[in-house]
Design a protein around this ligand. Structure first.
Ligand code: NAD
Ligand code: 6OD
Length: 484
């Protein structure tokens, strides 16, 4: 049985208290996770603090950048180990994990190494009242010890998306991976050790949220800032913890994203795009589309085309050829998603596809499988249309005008992402300006240039990360003023 240990000050640390790690495909126990208590969290934070004062804190930027490149190269060298670990933890299809999760896990170190090496700081010459001159310039400093709290849907990708920039900026980190997906964060400790990242720079503590490692970390007075990806409700709890000591937070939270398809769109591309955005990673992508609005002239045709694609989706375990849909992450999440399937029926939805639990081969029968599902006919007030489900499902409704499409897209407390399908540039631009989200994709979805700003509006987040925007959270500017 695999043991997932904490990684503190360069050492793997067992604890007396373990919990089971289960494979989503069949609910088998695949490992035991060593839960960190306050002693381990204190030790990890102390190690991170000490590392700031040691070799890492004094390291010149060229060496830091070299080390981050080495981390990326080592992840790529051990690509298959990371791939196996991620697939076992999440059950996601091989094609997805091998093309998205693991390559991005490596890229997140290189991109931010390049950014930190090339970012300029401001400087101003100014005249002084005595007729002389002064020079004012900014120095960037790391914020210190960063707490990194991660979700389970894209475990390595989303963790390194925070650890990459944090380390590039010279901080040290204490990572709390999701209790559902401890594997790749643990494995990354081996990579850090192999390439020579000093002890204490990268630490991992395992456990849950409230009353466990997550809460202990966010309440720890020696953590200087918290970066968090997860549910909005959890963000509220973390923000309350961070208020003590007035510590900064960066939040990437939940969404209820709209996909808008105009009648002039390239029909096949729009169907394929919405298909991906609603069902990739079994709908467990924060950027995913759960509300689809299609302009009336093509509504019926669109629903029929999406239904056909959903019926063609193959469910199965990660390594089975042709699989496009894995299981949900856990039994608890399956119950949550199925409760919305029930609710849709109760609220009078037309179930266009799916709506229940698929019949799987006996070996997979205990896995967390649900059918990919499409509904029509629900009122906008239904919980199914208003609340984040985070499963392989979407509701499709018709609209007539662009004003109506904008109003529908914005009628939510969330504001993470939208995907718009049209050939008309003016329509595209108006949607980009008026839909209240952090990310608006036109004729595309989840197209990422890691130099661009990423984050959510309204209840979907606080702050932007990505490219130089990450520096706003992971560094502080000190202004130095020299009277010449
Ligand atoms: P979650 O909020 O339940 O858990 C995320 C992490 O927070 C876990 O590590 C958990 O242990 C920890 N946690 C929970 N309660 C805590 C507390 N009180 N104090 C400290 N830590 C605590 O989220 P999840 O179920 O793991 O992930 C799914 C959610 O994440 C969805 O809402 C999804 O939209 C969101 N998400 C958002 C983005 C984004 O970029 N906006 C990306 C991925 C996922
Ligand atoms: O691509 C990214 O950087 C990113 N943060 C993706 C988030 C996906 C959410 O599930």
């Amino acid at each position: 049985m695999k043991q997932f240990l904490n990684f503190i000050n360069g050492q793997y640390v067992a604890t007396g208290k373990t919990f089971e790690n289960r494979a989503p495909v069949d609910n088998r126990v695949i490992g035991l996770v060593h839960e960190a208590g306050t002693a381990e969290v204190d030790a990890a934070v102390a190690a991170a603090r000490a590392a700031l004062k040691g070799e890492w804190g004094r390291m010149n930027i060229n060496r830091r950048v070299e080390l981050l490149y080495a981390v990326a190269d080592e992840i790529n060298r051990r690509f298959d180990d990371f791939l196996e670990a991620e697939m076992a933890d999440t059950g996601k299809p091989h094609a997805l994990a091998s093309h998205v999760d693991i390559p991005r896990g490596a890229a997140n170190f290189k991109v931010f190494a390049d950014i930190i090496k090339n970012v300029p700081t401001e400087s101003f010459e100014m005249p002084t009242p005595d007729g002389g001159m002064a020079l004012s310039y900014a120095v960037r400093s790391p914020i210190g010890v960063v707490g990194v709290i991660c979700p389970w849907n894209l475990p390595l990708l989303l963790m390194t998306w925070k650890v990459g920039p944090a380390l590039a900026c010279g901080n040290t980190v204490v990572v709390k991976p999701s209790e559902e997906t401890p594997a790749t964060a643990t494995l990354l400790g081996e990579v850090m050790k192999t390439v020579g990242i000093p002890d204490g720079v990268y630490n991992v503590i395992h456990g849950f949220g409230p009353g466990s490692a997550g809460e202990f970390l966010t309440r720890h007075p020696d953590v200087d800032g918290i970066t968090f990806t997860g549910e909005t409700r959890t963000g509220e709890a973390i923000m309350a913890a961070a208020a003590k000591g007035v510590r900064p937070v960066s939040f990437e939270l939940g969404g209820k994203n709209a996909g808008i398809v105009f009648a002039d769109a390239d029909f096949d591309k729009a169907v394929a795009g919405i298909m991906r955005s609603a069902f990739e990673n079994c709908g467990q992508v924060c950027l995913g589309t759960e509300r689809v609005y299609v302009q009336r002239p093509i509504f019926e045709k669109f629903v029929a085309a999406l239904k056909e694609k959903v019926h063609a989706l193959k469910l199965g375990p990660s390594n089975e050829p042709g699989v496009g849909l894995g299981p949900l992450i856990s039994a608890e999440h399956k119950s949550k998603v199925l409760s919305y399937y029930e609710r849709a029926r109760a609220d009078g939805a037309t179930v266009v596809a799916g709506g229940g639990v698929p019949k799987m081969p006996e070996a997979l029968a205990d896995g967390h499988w649900v059918q990919p599902t499409i509904w029509t006919g629900l009122p906008e007030s239904s919980a199914v249309v208003r609340e984040e489900i985070f499963g392989p499902c979407c509701h499709i409704a018709p609209f007539d005008t662009i004003d109506e499409a904008i109003a529908l897209a914005n009628d939510t407390r969330y504001g993470l992402a939208t995907t718009v399908w049209t050939r008309d540039l003016a329509t595209a631009h108006r949607m980009g300006r008026e839909v209240q989200v952090g990310l608006c994709w036109i004729n595309s979805w989840f197209l990422r240039d890691l130099r661009t700003a990423f984050g959510g509006s309204k209840a979907s987040g606080i702050g932007r990360e990505g490219g130089v925007h990450s520096l706003e959270f992971y560094t502080e500017l000190r202004n130095v003023m020299i009277k010449l």
